[in-house]
Structures are given as structure tokens and as C-alpha cells.
Ligand binder design. Sequence first.
Ligand code: GNR
Ligand code: NI
Length: 179
Amino acid sequence: MAKLDIITLPDPRLKLVCEPVAVVDASIRKILDDMLETMYEAPGIGLAAIQVGIAKRLVTIDVSREGEPKAPLFLVNPVITWASEETGVYQEGCLSVPEHYDDVERPARVRVSHLDRDGKACEIEADGLLATCLQHEIDHLDGIVFIDHLSRLKRERVMKRFVKQAKARGRGGFFPTMG
Ligand code: GNR
Ligand code: NI
């Protein structure tokens, strides 16, 4: 397995609509395994392939808590087939939006159909943190980041900060920004 680099805002690749996977073969399983390692190292509870620069509809998730046995989930071409009317609010974060956390309202329960790591068709029904994480990851596959669910004012404030940081890195992070 190999740990991959995670891309962050304002990288334009985070806006891409990712391509469905035709066949779950050894090369796809290798990407999934590398994603899982990258996610555990980060650490994060979910990862979409585009966050490591791969524009395919691949997701890894593990919402098990510290001290519990690991419970990795691999999802290929996941689709939300049902979402509850009832919503819930979670404070979300994203490995591609480091150090920003904000409340997002989403359906409280979802059903998701997908292929697993063996290419087998599966369906899962989830609530709580897993339901939130599934929706957050499936958003990534369509070029949507959680800050897209915030008010325009909040989103623009966050974007501005990340553009500034990227510019600072571009010149070695040495000189102060000009605003
Ligand atoms: O690690 C993560 N934590 C998290 C917390 C609340 C809601 C969603 C998430 S997903 C995030 C990892 C990530 O960026 N996945 O795309
Ligand atoms: Ni994310």
C-alpha cells in the first residue's frame, strides 16, 4: 500500500464530476487500498478518490471509533437511492478544507447502492455519522465540497483564506500577502 497526497482548496480538480468505474479489477483495488491507507494516516473517516487527484467514483469510509475494531467500507459507483425527509445537522470537516469545521444539514438517513471491493452489488442503509459521511463523499464525486452547502458569505470567506494560503505557498510562504 502507498500513502497518497491529499489535494486541498482551491485545487480546481475538486470541482470535477468523476467518471464511473467500468470494472472493479486489480488496478481499482490497488487505488482503494492506497486510499484507505491515506485516509487512516490523515486521519479521516472518509475519502473520495478525487481528493488524491483520481477522478473516479471511488470512496473509502471507516466510522469505527478509536479502540473499536476497524470497519473499512469500499464503495465503487455509489448512488443514493433513497433519502429521508427528516434531516440532521452535523459539524463537518474535510481533509481538502483543512481546519475549517461547520454545521451542514442533510437527510438524516440514506440508502446507498454501490459495488464493493470485489465488484459485488451492495446496498447499505445508514443513519447518524455514516449517513452524513456517505453524503459528504458522494458529493465529492460530483465536484461538491461541504462548504458549497454553507451561505455564500461563509463560503467566500473560506475560499479567500485558501486562495491566500496557496499564493503564500507559491512564493515559498516567506513574504506577507498583499491582501
Ligand atoms: O474525516 C472526515 N470527517 C468528517 C466529519 C464530519 C463529516 C464528514 C467528514 S468526512 C472527512 C474526511 C473527508 O474529507 N472526506 O471527504
Ligand atoms: Ni471531504
